[in-house]
Design a protein around this ligand. Structure first.
Ligand code: AMP
Length: 542
C-alpha cells in the first residue's frame, strides 16, 4: 500500500533555498586569495549562485556533466557548490595538492567540462591546461583587476565577469534525488584514484545526520570555520550543514597557518572548527608560544586520521575547547562515527573520559557497521576483538565512478580497509589501516596506539609507526619521530616512555629521528612512503 505523503526530492538546492528564506541575514565571511576579507549573507550567496547557474548554462554545461574546481574554502567555492549541483550538473572538487600528472589523469577520467580555479593555482592550471582538451573553459575565480596579465591558458575567463553578466533569477530544477551531485576522488595511495559519486539524496541525508546533537551538533547559534578544505570530501559536509541550520560560516582561504587561523577565530567569534590533526599542531604551537587563549571557540571536530590524546588534552585542559573525534572516509561522504560520550560516561574520571574520546565513536544514524575476522566471520562488540570494519548505509558508495575496480561490496557491505574494535556501548576504535598493521610473529600490533603514546612525549612534534622487517618476527614496529623545535630526546628515553603504558612486546624496536614526515594531499602521514624510505632499515637484533 502506498503512503499518501508528498514526494519531495531531496536536492542540494533545497539547502540554499532554506538558508536564504530563513537565515537570509546570516553572514558568510571569507578570507580571500586576494588577501581581503569578504563578507556577505546567505541571501547574497543564493542570488550569486543563481547568477552562476545561468552562467553555467550559457557555457553549455549540461545536466549530469562535471564541473571541476581547484579552490580553497571561500564564498566563490560555496557558490559553485550550489550553482553546479543545484542546476543538475556535478561538482568535481579536484585536490590541488596532487601532482599535475594526477590532476590531468583525474580531470580526464571525470570528463570535466569547465574548470574553476583560485589564483593560487595559476601555475598548476598552466601546467595542465594544454593537456586537457576536453575542458571548454578555465575560469579564474577573481575579478578583472586581479586577472593574470599573461597566462598560458586557453579559453581563460574571469569569474566575476561571468557572474555579473547574468540575472539573479533562476528556478532551481526539480529532478530525481538519486541524480549525481558531486564527485570526489580517493587519495589513491596505491593504483589510480577512484571516484566516489554522491547523489543529491545521499548528500542531504548525510547532512541531516551530521547535524544531529550526537554527531557534529551544528545549529544556527554556531559560527563554523571549516579548516578542512572544500576539496577534502566536501569539507566533511559542513558547507551543506551550515546552510541547513543557518550557521554563520567563516572560510579561511589559503591562510591556514596558526597565526592567521587564530586571528580569524577571534575576529569572527568562531565557536566550532574542523580539521585533520596535523593542521591543529600549527594552531596549538601558535597559541602556546604566544600565551593566547580562545575567547569564543568551544569545540573542534578532529578526524581524517587518529587524534592523539595528547592533542585532545591540550585543547580541553589548557584551552577549554572540547574535541569531537570523528571518523569517516571519501566513500562515506564522509561521516561514519562521532565520539560523543553517553550521559553515564560524562561522570567518569577525566582519564577514563579521555580514553573513550580517543576512540572514533558511535555510528551516526544511517551508518551500520560491523567488524569481521580474516574469514569474514562477524566479531563480538567487546572492545577487544579487532577486525576489518565494514559499513553500509544510504551515503556509503555502492560502486566507484564508472565501475572502476569492480564491485567493492562484500555481501552488501563496504569494506573500509580499516581495522577496528567496537565496544559494548557501540564505540568504534580504529587500531590501524589494514595495509599499515604491523604483524609481529603472526600477531597484530596497532600502530595508532604506539603513535598516540609517542605524541604524548613533550619533545615529540609528530610520530609515525611503521613495520620494519625483522629476521625472527617478520615485522617489528619502527617509530619515526620529528622532534619539537629545540627539544631533545634520545632513542632510549623514548623507548623507556612506553614502559607500563602498553604490553612490553608492543614496544617499538627502534626509533628513527627525521626532520619531516611525508604528508599526503589531505594532511595525512604517508606510511607507504615511510616504508619505502626505511625499507633497508636494520632493527637492532639484541
Ligand atoms: P579519506 O577517504 O582520504 O578521507 O581517508 C579515509 C581514511 O582515513 C579512513 O579509512 C581511515 O583510515 C582514516 N581516518 C579517518 N578518520 C580517522 C580517525 N578519526 N582516526 C583514524 N583514522 C581515520
Amino acid at each position: 500500500m502506498n503512503a499518501s505523503m508528498m514526494q519531495q526530492p531531496l536536492l542540494v538546492s533545497s539547502l540554499l533555498i532554506h538558508a536564504e528564506r530563513h537565515h537570509g541575514e546570516q553572514e558568510v565571511v571569507s578570507r580571500r586569495v586576494e588577501g581581503d576579507i569578504h563578507r556577505y549573507t546567505y541571501r547574497d550567496l543564493a542570488a550569486r549562485s543563481r547568477q552562476l547557474a545561468n552562467a553555467l548554462q550559457a557555457l553549455g554545461v549540461g545536466f549530469g556533466e562535471r564541473v571541476a574546481t581547484l579552490a580553497w574554502n571561500g564564498h566563490r567555492h560555496m557558490e559553485l557548490y550550489y550553482a553546479v549541483s543545484g542546476s543538475g550538473s556535478v561538482l568535481h572538487t579536484l585536490n590541488p595538492r596532487l601532482h599535475p600528472d594526477q590532476v590531468v589523469w583525474i580531470a580526464e577520467h571525470a570528463q570535466d567540462q569547465v574548470l574553476f580555479f583560485d589564483l593560487s593555482f595559476l601555475p598548476l592550471v598552466e601546467a595542465v591546461a594544454h593537456r586537457l582538451p576536453g575542458v571548454k573553459a578555465f575560469v579564474a575565480m577573481t575579478g578583472r583587476a586581479h586577472m593574470p596579465a599573461k597566462a598560458d591558458i586557453p579559453n581563460l575567463l574571469c569569474y566575476e565577469e561571468l557572474v555579473a553578466a547574468q540575472p539573479d533569477t533562476f528556478a532551481w530544477p526539480l529532478f530525481d534525488e538519486n541524480s549525481a551531485s558531486s564527485l570526489c576522488y580517493t587519495s589513491g595511495t596505491t593504483g589510480n584514484p577512484k571516484g566516489a559519486l554522491y547523489s543529491h539524496r545521499s548528500t542531504v541525508l548525510h547532512c541531516y545526520a551530521s547535524a544531529l546533537p550526537d554527531a557534529l551538533n551544528v545549529s544556527a547559534r554556531e559560527v563554523i570555520l571549516p579548516v578542512v578544505p572544500m576539496f577534502h570530501v566536501n569539507a566533511w559536509g559542513l558547507p551543506y550543514a551550515a546552510c541547513m541550520v543557518g550557521a554563520k560560516l567563516v572560510l579561511p582561504g589559503p591562510f591556514l597557518d596558526g597565526k592567521n587561523l587564530y586571528e580569524l577565530f577571534e575576529r569572527e567569534g568562531v565557536t566550532l572548527s574542523a580539521g585533520v590533526p596535523t593542521v591543529w599542531q600549527g594552531l596549538l604551537a601558535h597559541v602556546e608560544t604566544n600565551g593566547l587563549k580562545f575567547s569564543s571557540m568551544r569545540r573542534t571536530i578532529i578526524g581524517g586520521s587518529a587524534c592523539p590524546p595528547a592533542m585532545m588534552r591540550a585543547f580541553q585542559e589548557r584551552y577549554e575547547v572540547s574535541v569531537l573525534h570523528a571518523w569517516g572516509m571519501t566513500e562515506l561522504s564522509p561521516l561514519g562515527t562521532a565520539c560523543v560520550l553517553k550521559a553515564s560516561q560524562e561522570k567518569l574520571p577525566a582519564e577514563q573520559r579521555l580514553a573513550i574520546q580517543a576512540k572514533q565513536g558511535r555510528a551516526v544514524f544511517g551508518v551500520d557497521m560491523k567488524i569481521v575476522d580474516e574469514q569474514g566471520q562477524t566479531l563480538p562488540h567487546d572492545g577487544k576483538a579487532a577486525g576489518e570494519l565494514l559499513v553500509r548505509g544510504p551515503w556509503v558508495i555502492a560502486s566507484y565512478f564508472k565501475g572502476d575496480g569492480g564491485d567493492p561490496l562484500v555481501d552488501g557491505w563496504f569494506p573500509t580497509g580499516d581495522v577496528a574494535t567496537i565496544d559494548a556501548d557501540g564505540f568504534m576504535q580504529i587500531t590501524d589501516r589494514s595495509k599499515d598493521v604491523i604483524k609481529s610473529g603472526g600477531e597484530w600490533i596497532g600502530s595508532i596506539d604506539l603513535e598516540n603514546i609517542a605524541m604524548a612525549h613533550p619533545a615529540v612534534a609528530l610520530a609515525a609507526c611503521i613495520a620494519a622487517s625483522h629476521p625472527k618476527w617478520d615485522e617489528r614496529p619502527l617509530l619515526v619521530v620529528v622532534r619539537k623545535a629545540g627539544a631533545e630526546v634520545t632513542r632510549e628515553q623514548l623507548l623507556a616512555f612506553y614502559d607500563g603504558k602498553i604490553a612490553r612486546w608492543w614496544t617499538p624496536d627502534d626509533v628513527a629521528f627525521v626532520d619531516a614526515i611525508p604528508l599526503g594531499a589531505t594532511g595525512k602521514v604517508q606510511k607507504n612512503r615511510l616504508r619505502e624510505i626505511f625499507r633497508e632499515h636494520r632493527l637492532p637484533t639484541a
